[in-house]
Design a protein around this ligand. Structure first.
Ligand code: FSX
Ligand code: SF4
Ligand code: F3S
Length: 356
């Protein structure tokens, strides 16, 4: 077994100051949703535990997942890639190519048996002719690479659910990783693409606690997929008040009203966008004026159409008609005004009685 450097040793070697190292640990703790007091656990882990070797496989996809990952902001991508993990194989980021990089993959599989993580981006066509890398079909490469791994992370909706390549009519007979790998712990990180910090958080959790993060019934890390977008949406008050955008660029759109009637799928989509937001917490689709298209949900592409008004609101307990929410909200307001007026009249009357 090859002796591996700890995260801290690697950081020191790269000239990172103690202060910057501690900042990275604090950012990681926050990303994992840990209490501030647990930052010390992260520091200890990063000081003592070796970096996680990662083999990043890429099959049928658009590379958006890699693009998202390298735009991590807390911590910065260079800290994740060069200090926290040791990315041993990536078609997008490896400097080497061809036989050289395929050899590197095999070397990691032999040297770090049972220790390396396989991150998979993209869906797997069951016919090898559709996606051949280094002369081997996607299915063959996945089975071979996952065999001695510690765990597999499906990064993105394509490797998690099949995604766009598996959308009807699914010309390549594309399937998700779980259809092929059955004997390894699999952590699903869906989204098209997923948020970079979610991936970093999952890797940091494995490194810090030496165990898988808590998963929900579908295999997604609970810390990041426990809420619907709708539960934390910045436009939620407008939904509750029955104020909706009726068409893009109308007055409601300018006011930032709820996007439900222009097709928002936030009420049925589980993801962290509304809490963590994108690009270092700058924004997310709904904040920028686009309805959520449910990109982290199974079969999202076939569950369309997108940007089309939905007639029923699927609530957690019941289904409601959006018109009725407006009517109900208006009714409550009218009733409130009437009650207020009645109370004011009674008060006035009483005051008058006192004066008389
Ligand atoms: Fe799929 Fe990722 Fe969407 Fe694209 O690789 S989840 S098409 S953002 O890039 O796999
Ligand atoms: Fe936000 Fe969409 Fe829910 Fe409206 S329907 S509150 S825009 S998530
Ligand atoms: Fe995707 Fe909806 Fe977030 S479309 S990026 S899950 S807001």
């Amino acid at each position: 077994m090859v002796k591996r450097q700890t995260v801290y040793e690697t950081a020191l070697e790269r000239g990172v100051s103690r202060r910057s190292f501690l900042k990275m640990c604090t950012a990681l703790a926050a990303t994992m949703g840990l209490d501030f007091s647990q930052t010390n656990d992260v520091v200890k882990a990063m000081e003592n535990k070796p970096r996680v070797p990662v083999i990043w496989l890429q099959f049928q996809d658009c590379t958006g997942c890699s693009e998202s990952f390298i735009r991590s902001t807390h911590p910065k991508p260079e800290s994740v890639l060069l200090e926290m993990i040791s990315l041993e194989y990536s078609e997008v980021l490896s400097a080497a190519s061809g036989h050289q990089v395929e050899e590197a993959r095999k070397h990691v599989m032999e040297s770090y048996k049972g220790e390396y993580i396989v991150a998979v981006e993209g869906s797997i066509p069951r016919e090898s002719m559709y996606c051949t890398v280094g002369g081997f079909g996607a299915m063959e490469t996945l089975i071979e690479t996952a065999k001695d791994s510690k765990a597999v992370i499906t990064y993105g909706s394509c490797s998690t659910w099949g995604g766009i390549p598996a959308a009807s009519p699914n010309p390549t007979d594309a399937v998700p990783v779980t259809n092929i790998i059955k004997d390894k712990p699999i952590i699903k990180v869906p989204g098209c693409p997923p948020i970079a910090e979610v991936m970093t958080g999952v890797l940091a959790h494995i490194l810090t606690f030496e165990m898988m993060p808590e998963l929900d019934h579908l295999g997604r890390p609970k810390a990041f997929y426990r809420h619907r977008i709708h539960d934390k949406c910045n436009r939620r008050a407008y939904f509750d008040a029955g104020l909706f955008v009726e068409s893009f660029d109308d007055e409601g759109a300018k006011q930032g009203y709820c996007l439900y009637k222009v097709g928002c799928k936030g009420p049925t989509t589980y993801n962290s966008c509304a809490e963590m937001r994108w690009n270092g917490g700058v924004s997310y689709p709904i904040q920028s004026g686009s309805p959520c298209i449910g990109c982290s949900e199974e079969n999202f592409w076939d569950n369309g159409p997108f940007f089309v008004r939905r007639t029923k609101v699927p609530g957690s307990q019941t289904t409601m008609n959006p018109e009725k929410i407006g009517a109900y909200a208006a009714g409550v307001t009218a009733a409130g005004i009437a009650a207020h007026a009645a109370i004011t009249t009674v008060k006035k009357h009483k005051n008058q009685e006192k004066d008389d």
